[in-house]
Design a binder for this molecule. Structure first.
Ligand SMILES: Nc1ncnc2c1ncn2[C@@H]1O[C@H](COP(=O)(O)OP(=O)(O)O)[C@@H](O)[C@H]1O
Ligand SMILES: [Mg+2]
Length: 328
C-alpha cells in the first residue's frame, strides 16, 4: 500500500509518519519509508543520529541510475536521459517490489533497526534554498514519482512517504500516486486551510484523503476540526507527552506511547488496508499517462528535444501481465 502524509510545515507529518512506520514495523509488516519533505527529518524521527541521517544516500543524486534500472528493456524509452519523472512504465520496464533486493535499494535505501522491527529508509535529499521552485527540486521529488509508478506492492506491505503539501506535488502527478493520503492538520485556521486547498486539487483525481487531527488538546479543538473538516476527519492524535520526550532526546519505546494515540495508529492502518479495495490499476496507469503527456507538453519535450508522448505504451497497466506483442 502506498501511503502519504501531507500537511502544513510543523503540523506533525514527520512525527505521525514515523510513528505509523514504527507501528507497522512492530506488527512485522515490510515497510519502505520515504522522506520527501523539504525538511528532511524522517531519519532522525526514526532514531538516526544527525550524522547517520546526513550520511543517507539521496534519491536525487542517484536519478540517472534509477532511470537506467527502471527503463530495463523498454524499447519505447530510448535512453535514461530521455526519461523524465513522469515517464510511465511499459513492457520491458523493470518494476520494484517492497520486499526484494534490487540496485535501487542497494544504492538509495538504508535499513533502520527500530525498537520493534526494522524498515528501509530512502530520502530525496536535502533541498537547498536555491532548489525551491526550480528543476533541481522537482527532480528530487520526481525520483519518488518514478519509484511509485514502477512499484508493485500488495496488501500488508507499505511504502510510507513523508511529504510536503506544496504545489510541486500538484504540478507533477505525485499527489495521485498513493492509495491513501493522510492530511495532518492542527486545529487551527491555517491547518484546515491547507486541507481545503489539497482537497480542491485532489477532487478531480480520485485521491483518497483522510484528515488526521494532531496536537488536539481539548473538546474545543476537536469540535473545531469536526466543524471545519466534516466527514473527512478520520482520527485525532492528541498532544503527546511521549512525543515531547522524543523531542527532549529520550528514546521512548513505542509500547509506552499513550494508549489513545496508539489506537489512532491502529486506525490509520485500518484505513490504509481498506484502501486496497479502492485500488484501480487501470485508473492508476491512465493517470500516470495523463500526467506524463501534460508534463511532456509543458516542458519535457522541449527539454529533451524529443516527442515524449511516444514513450507511452498504450493499454499498459501496472501489475497486469502484459501480452508480449511482436515489435512492442
Ligand atoms: N501530537 C504531538 N504532541 C506533541 N508534540 C507534537 C505532536 N506532533 C508533533 N509535535 C511536535 O511538533 C513539531 C512539528 O512536528 P513535525 O512532525 O516535525 O512536523 P512537520 O513534519 O509537519 O513539519 C515537533 O517539534 C514535534 O515534536
Ligand atoms: Mg517534517
Amino acid at each position: 500500500m502506498k501511503i502519504a502524509f501531507v500537511g502544513k510545515g510543523g503540523s506533525g507529518k514527520t512525527t505521525l509518519s514515523a510513528l505509523f512506520i514504527r507501528h507497522l514495523a512492530a506488527a512485522g509488516c515490510p515497510v519502505v519509508a520515504v522522506d520527501a519533505d523539504i525538511n528532511q527529518h524522517l531519519g532522525p524521527a526514526l532514531g538516526l543520529t544527525d550524522a547517520q541521517a546526513a550520511a543517507l544516500p539521496s534519491l536525487g543524486a542517484h536519478l540517472p541510475e534509477i532511470k537506467e534500472y527502471l527503463r530495463g528493456a523498454n524499447p519505447l524509452i530510448r535512453s535514461a536521459e530521455e526519461m523524465i519523472k513522469t515517464t510511465p512504465p511499459g513492457p520491458g520496464s523493470r518494476l520494484l517490489r517492497i520486499v526484494e533486493e534490487n540496485p535501487v535499494y542497494a544504492a538509495c535505501a538504508r535499513p533502520i533497526a527500530l525498537d520493534e522491527g526494522s524498515v528501509r529508509l530512502m530520502a530525496t535529499g536535502a533541498f537547498a534554498e536555491e532548489d525551491l521552485g526550480v528543476a533541481c527540486y522537482h527532480s528530487k521529488v520526481g525520483a519518488v514519482e518514478l519509484l511509485l509508478n514502477h512499484l508493485l506492492d500488495g496488501p500488508d506491505e507499505y511504502l510510507v512517504t513523508d511529504m510536503t503539501a506544496g504545489s510541486d506535488s500538484f504540478a507533477s502527478g505525485l499527489f495521485t500516486r498513493f492509495d491513501l493520503t493522510f492530511l495532518v492538520a492542527e486545529p487551527t485556521r491555517k491547518g484546515v486551510s491547507v486541507y481545503r486547498q489539497y482537497k480542491e486539487y485532489a477532487q478531480d483525481f480520485d485521491v483518497h484523503l483522510r484528515v488526521i487531527g494532531n496536537k488536539v488538546q481539548s473538546a474545543d479543538d476537536l469540535d473545531f476540526l469536526r466543524r471545519e473538516v466534516g466527514d473527512d476527519l478520520y482520527a485525532s492524535f492528541g498532544h503527546s507527552d511521549w512525543v515531547r520526550r522524543l523531542e527532549r532526546g529520550d528514546e521512548p519505546p513505542l509500547r509506552e506511547l499513550e494508549p489513545a494515540n496508539r489506537e489512532v495508529l491502529g486506525r490509520l492502518r485500518t484505513a490504509a488496508d481498506a484502501a486496497h479495495q479502492l485500488r484501480d490499476p487501470g485508473r492508476y496507469s491512465a493517470q500516470a499517462v495523463r500526467f506524463h503527456l501534460r508534463n511532456a507538453e509543458s516542458w519535457g519535450n522541449a527539454k529533451i528535444g524529443a516527442d515524449l508522448a511516444t514513450q507511452v505504451a498504450p493499454d499498459y497497466v501496472l501489475g497486469i501481465e502484459q501480452p508480449r506483442t511482436a515489435g512492442v
